[in-house]
Design a protein around this ligand. Structure first.
Ligand code: SAH
Length: 246
């Protein structure tokens, strides 16, 4: 079943009015016919079962709402993925795969060793990255669109997620000796909202790990092998959700 996120304002009573880009996709890319069903998501957690209505005169595409349910695909735990700003391809991979895995918030950060040192993002890049998240959310059947936050300095990112998330974990390849396995740090903790930090290609500096600890962030190992940052960024949320039984 094809899934589309739309602006809730485009749902009027039992009708859906599709915006031009989705109308184009329905007509010309997916070549759906009158009466074909699609799933429409309003980003509030609802999924609508919708029958397509094609208007031959105006080229507009609308839909009839057949039923409405709550999406069952959203994790119970809100997971934020905070990752070092890196090149475009890696960021895009992290956003796409993170969305599939179940991340709800992306916080790119700039730290002493990140490839990218600027916290500025062009409007064009934001739009492209939001489109990638949206496509991944539609493809994977998410009930809500993950949010892409403004890039921030590492210390500001720590403070920001400290306010919003009950638990913060930082993946540190040198923490194996401390014996912090995921199961240990997840035990009896606030499971409602967890922030995860993954460092850049060059890793975190000692000073950054110290700062994270002072911000009540716990270091965790992802195993004895050193993973590339993008691998760690995809695995970390998946492992946490798995460990929580989700
Ligand atoms: N430059 C470092 C590796 C950095 S890997 C080195 O060669 O030693 C990039 C990021 O992935 C790290 O900052 C960390 O957050 C995460 N990471 C990779 N492997 C990990 C592991 N085994 N345990 C915990 N975190 C890991």
């Amino acid at each position: 079943m094809n899934r589309f996120f739309i602006d809730p304002q485009q749902i009027k009573g039992d009708k859906v009015e599709f915006p031009a880009d989705i109308a184009h996709q329905i007509r010309h890319v997916l070549r759906l016919r009158e009466g074909d069903r699609v799933a429409v998501l309003d980003n509030s957690g609802s999924v609508f079962d919708v029958a397509i209505i094609l208007n031959a005169d105006t080229n507009e595409v609308a839909g009839n709402i057949i039923s409405r349910e709550m999406a069952t695909t959203e994790p119970l735990t809100r997971i934020a993925l905070c990752f070092g700003m890196t090149n475009r391809d890696k960021v895009e991979l992290i956003l796409q795969k993170g969305t599939e895995v179940g991340v709800s918030d992306f916080f790119p950060f700039v730290s002493s060793r990140t490839l990218v040192q600027s916290t500025n993002l062009t409007k064009k890049k934001v739009a492209r990255w939001e489109a990638i998240i949206r496509e991944a959310a539609e493809q994977s059947g998410r009930g809500r669109l993950p949010e892409l936050h403004q890039p921030a300095r590492f210390e500001d990112c720590l403070a920001e997620v400290g306010n919003q998330f009950g638990l913060a974990l930082i993946a540190w390849e040198e923490s194996a000796t401390e014996g912090h396995s995921l199961y240990e740090v997840l035990d009896d903790e606030d499971r409602g909202a967890i922030a995860l930090f993954v460092g850049p290609e060059g890793g975190f500096s000692e000073a950054e790990i110290e700062l994270a600890r002072l911000s009540r962030c716990k270091t965790v190992s992802l195993g004895a092998r050193i993973l590339r940052m993008e691998t760690a960024a995809i695995l970390f949320p998946a492992l946490v959700l798995f460990a929580l039984g989700e």
